[in-house]
Design a protein around this ligand. Structure first.
Ligand SMILES: [Zn+2]
Length: 73
């Protein structure tokens, strides 16, 4: 029974983490000051320490970030 709960908790945590990524529309790189759509291939290669989440495009622009030339957010 304990194993069952462990599986359920893992599932909830994984789903929540996935939902957070989907909910964050834009991801900035604090190193290059560029921002991307969350599904841009550059985001996958980005150092997690440099990831900055933006909920809106304006938020990213106002923070001084420039749009990625590949995904053109
Ligand atoms: Zn990009």
């Amino acid at each position: 029974m304990k194993k069952f709960f462990a599986v359920i908790v893992t599932l909830i945590v994984t789903t929540a983490a996935f939902a957070t990524v989907l909910a964050s529309a834009y991801v900035g790189n604090s190193n290059t000051h560029k921002f991307h759509y969350a599904d841009c291939s550059s985001v996958g290669k980005m150092n997690p320490a440099h990831k900055v989440i933006f909920n809106t495009r304006d938020e990213a622009v106002n923070a001084g970030y420039v749009p990625c030339k590949r995904c053109k957010p």
